[in-house]
Ligand binder design. Structure first.
Ligand code: URA
Length: 194
């Protein structure tokens, strides 16, 4: 049977593949446009996301929306998901066993969307998609060709809230993302404020 959003979402909602299911309030499946050419991947839900069942709705999410708006994007033009769909308690990094248990769902989302561009938000996503030894300080903003997608990592919005000194580099990464969108995306109509 071919995969479908309905099947995938139902499986995720019922998932008990790792211990995070015991402490979650909600599975945080993903949000945005299933036809998007651009996909953003964070690490895992925090407290607000767990409460609402939607990725990036807390402070980091507000900051992510601001980042997107700088290059004329909003949530209707991208798809946003996380490496793990349930909240790691106390906002710790998701463990490898948790990531391994969950990543298949994200791969299926990617297969359904077939994005042209995948942006890893932070080190955890970059270590999964780009390289196990990924160093975010050195390798953010660098484009990679992976499984037919253009893939790059930016600092996680939470890191940018903690350390505003990283924001100028992220502005450059956003401009690079903007250029890549204009170069290869076919139906993403960015709002152009200039
Ligand atoms: N941080 C993430 O990585 N993902 C979210 O959904 C929220 C915060």
């Amino acid at each position: 049977m071919p995969d479908s959003w309905e099947l995938l979402e139902r499986e995720c909602q019922n998932c008990r593949e790792c211990a995070l299911c015991q402490t979650r309030q909600n599975v945080v499946f993903g949000v945005g446009n299933p036809q998007a050419e651009i996909m953003l991947v964070g690490e895992g839900p925090g407290a607000n996301e767990d409460e609402q069942g939607i990725p990036f709705v807390g402070r980091a999410g507000q900051f992510l929306d601001d980042m997107l708006s700088i290059i004329g994007l909003d949530r209707t033009m991208v798809y946003i998901a996380n490496i793990v769909k349930c909240r790691p308690p106390g906002n710790r990094d998701p463990l490898n066993v948790e990531q391994d248990a969950c990543i298949g769902y994200l791969y299926r989302q990617i297969a359904l969307i077939q994005p042209k561009i995948l942006v890893c938000l932070g080190r955890i996503a970059a270590m999964r998609f780009i390289s196990e030894k990924f160093r975010i300080t050195k390798e953010h903003g660098i484009w990679n060709d992976i499984n037919g997608m253009r893939v790059m990592a930016m600092y996680h919005p939470s890191a940018l809230l903690r350390d505003p000194g990283k924001r100028p580099e992220t502005f450059d990464d956003l401009k690079s993302l903007q250029r890549e969108i204009d170069r290869i995306c076919e139906h993403t109509e960015r709002k152009r404020p200039w």
